[in-house]
Write a protein that binds this ligand. Structure first.
Ligand SMILES: Nc1ncnc2c1ncn2[C@@H]1O[C@H](COP(=O)(O)OP(=O)(O)OP(=O)(O)O)[C@@H](O)[C@H]1O
Length: 282
């Protein structure tokens, strides 16, 4: 689904203005954001802590609706859609998700049906079938009857992706889906996410790893201080200047395998003077 954001600004409230006696002023966490996210695209959102990534997601999900400007999905204004319609359109995987109840993995995935059956409705046969298909799709059907609290972090993340798939939403927003995962699970989850985008889903996910964006993203959105700093192809957007600006770290961007892959190397940690820099991307 295509997402069009026009002049989006959002504030959580006011803060005291610098200087004596100036009073409270609105503190805009998001400032005049214009974006056109194409359909069937895997977008990685980069930006330092507090840049506004989660807030942007919350606005796109209408969890915060006090924004100015507009957000349209496939041409329809988000605010004109009912809660159920929105739930069917966009699935959300938040930054942290810790279930305290011992629901089975299958039950967690079946919660996706709540937007159609209501919170206490019994899932229909087709919804159960879809839940199984989603579990198969992400490769964890074998875990269906295990308590969702007693599986690994990577498996839990895959359960949430399966739930989003079973919800049948064409757009999935993920807030740092791999932040708690080890290297192997990170690669498996991101590989699964990329495959889903190749099959036509629109996926927007935040990450703090520019290298991940080189490897997995179709587009990169860089946000800094609530503004869009850059948007486009990873190779165009992720530059040494951008990484230094966003994260305050000097990196060299190097190419590998005949430039099929690029990586950020923190050059301030190693002395690269006089080294062979032929593969460095200028
Ligand atoms: N509920 C809230 N009330 C007031 N201010 C908030 C609230 N949530 C976030 N903020 C502030 O809004 C700004 C943006 O926060 P946000 O969580 O969107 O950043 P982020 O880019 O997702 O950061 P991170 O990478 O650390 O998750 C920060 O200054 C944060 O302190």
């Amino acid at each position: 689904m295509s997402i069009k954001i026009k002049d989006l600004s959002f504030s959580y409230g006011t803060r005291r203005c610098a200087g004596a006696g100036r009073g409270q002023v609105p503190y805009d966490v998001l400032r005049h954001i214009d974006l056109d996210l194409p359909d069937g695209c895997l977008v990685n959102v980069l930006g330092p802590n507090g840049a506004g990534k989660s807030t942007l997601f919350r606005c796109m999900l209408c969890l915060e609706d006090g924004y100015t400007g507009s957000i349209a999905i496939d041409g329809r204004d988000l605010r004109q859609m009912s809660v159920r319609e929105r739930a069917r359109t966009i699935a959300y995987i938040p930054q942290t998700h810790e279930s305290v109840y011992d629901y089975s993995v299958l039950d967690v995935v079946l919660m996706s049906a709540a937007s159609q059956t209501g919170a206490f409705g019994v899932p229909r046969a087709d919804q159960v079938k879809r839940a199984w298909e989603a579990l198969e799709r992400v490769g964890i059907a074998r875990l269906a009857h295990r308590p969702a609290t007693r599986i690994s972090g990577g498996e839990q993340q895959l359960v949430l992706i399966a739930r989003a798939l079973a919800q049948n939403a064409r757009t999935i927003i993920m807030d740092e889906p791999t932040s708690a995962l080890d290297y192997g699970n990170t690669m498996r989850v991101l590989g699964c996410v990329r495959q889903l985008a190749r099959e036509g889903l629109s996926i927007i996910q935040s990450t703090h790893q520019p290298d991940q964006a080189f490897l997995f993203a179709d587009k990169v959105l860089a946000i800094n201080k609530g503004r869009v700093r850059a948007f486009g192809d990873p190779r165009d957007v992720i530059t040494e200047e951008l990484v230094a600006e966003l994260y305050g770290v000097d990196v060299s961007i190097c190419s590998l395998f005949g430039d099929r892959m690029r990586v950020c190397v923190p050059s301030q940690e190693i002395d690269v003077t006089g080294q062979d820099a032929r593969s460095r991307v200028k």
